[in-house]
Design a protein around this ligand. Structure first.
Ligand SMILES: Nc1ncnc2c1ncn2[C@@H]1O[C@H](COP(=O)(O)OP(=O)(O)O)[C@@H](O)[C@H]1O
Ligand SMILES: [Mg+2]
Length: 298
């Protein structure tokens, strides 16, 4: 069976250096269509990678394909298929919500009436209909971010880059935005979002890749990543909560019964609980080592 559609993203040996400071250092990453999170702390190179993928920044070495196209040499074609929103907003604060969307629609070649109707539909969809005549500069942070994402959808892109879409938002606005991003995915638009929040990657993405030291050091579903640090363990603890013993378990009832029988014979007064690795455990595990081995399954 052959699959004629190219991967969403295909990167081999990507390098990017600012001055003498290598930011991306032989990065490999292949992603199928879908919703993906690129996870990394501040300064990891997330924005640099997104800029390269979205044609805004030339890379130094290696090969890069986005939707089968080379961002350096097929720039215009690729720009027609993608959108980028996030840290550097395209929204003009002096214009109203609707004017912003209409203007972008016109930029993408829509006739005035279509730009307006598409703008109105997007405002409706993002719960911004009541602020259609509000200047963008006076919108709340969360609403402005939604308008920014709506603006990116005017051109009906196949792939949307969201660079830290919820950074700086309060918890409630973050959750509202998560819902919008989830809807986007359900409509079949591919998404590559960057985030520093494990919880966000877990909530939104089918596949999570971890960027560290200029490379992708791990990738998979949240569950697969958790398996990297080992499976569940039974913690046997005393009344103060001090862990007396840690017993690996497959988590089946039979295995748990056997572990608990063992623990009960030794510590009849102790309490027991099952601890499953969290994404925080994974992140620490991967980034504490100077350069963790590549465990990516792209
Ligand atoms: N234009 C630039 N010139 C020099 N250094 C830069 C430039 N942009 C980013 N950097 C540096 O590259 C590293 C990665 O930055 P960035 O891609 O913005 O990371 P992230 O988005 O993950 O926070 C950081 O150390 C940053 O200081
Ligand atoms: Mg960034």
């Amino acid at each position: 069976m052959t699959d004629p559609s190219p991967p969403l993203i295909e990167i081999h040996g990507l390098t990017k250096t600012y001055g003498s400071h290598p930011v991306l250092d032989g990065l490999d990453l292949t992603l199928p269509p879908g919703v993906h999170a690129l996870l990394g702390p501040n300064g990891a190179g997330k924005t640099t990678l997104i800029k390269i993928l979205s044609t805004l920044l030339p890379h130094d070495g290696g090969s890069v394909r986005v939707l089968g196209l080379d961002p350096r040499h097929e720039r215009r074609r690729l720009q027609g298929m993608i959108s980028l929103t996030g840290q550097f907003a395209a929204v003009d604060g002096a214009l109203t919500s609707l004017e912003n969307l209409e203007m972008l629609g016109r930029l993408f070649g829509l006739p005035a009436a279509s730009a307006r109707s598409r703008g109105l539909a997007l405002l409706e969809r993002f719960g911004l209909a009541d602020s259609r005549d509000t200047r963008a500069s006076t919108l709340s942070g969360g609403m402005r971010r939604k308008l920014d994402i709506a603006a990116g959808l005017i051109s009906r892109p196949r792939l949307v880059f969201l660079d830290e879409p919820t950074t700086g938002l309060d918890t409630r606005s973050r959750r509202v935005l998560w819902e919008e991003i989830g809807t986007l995915a359900a409509e079949g638009t591919s998404v590559l979002l960057t985030t520093q929040y494990l919880e966000e990657a877990d909530a939104l993405a089918e596949q999570i890749h971890v960027l560290h030291d200029g490379r992708i050091v791990a990738g998979g579903t949240a569950e697969e990543l958790k398996e990297l640090v080992g499976g569940a363990v039974v913690h046997v603890h005393d009344a103060d909560g001090t862990v007396l013993e840690e017993l690996p378990t497959t988590g089946t009832t039979a295995d748990l019964a056997a572990r608990l029988a063992h623990a009960a014979a030794r510590w009849p007064e102790a309490t027991a609980s099952v601890h499953r690795p969290t994404l925080d455990d994974v992140f620490l595990h991967l980034t504490e080592a100077p350069r963790a081995p590549v465990a990516a399954r792209a």
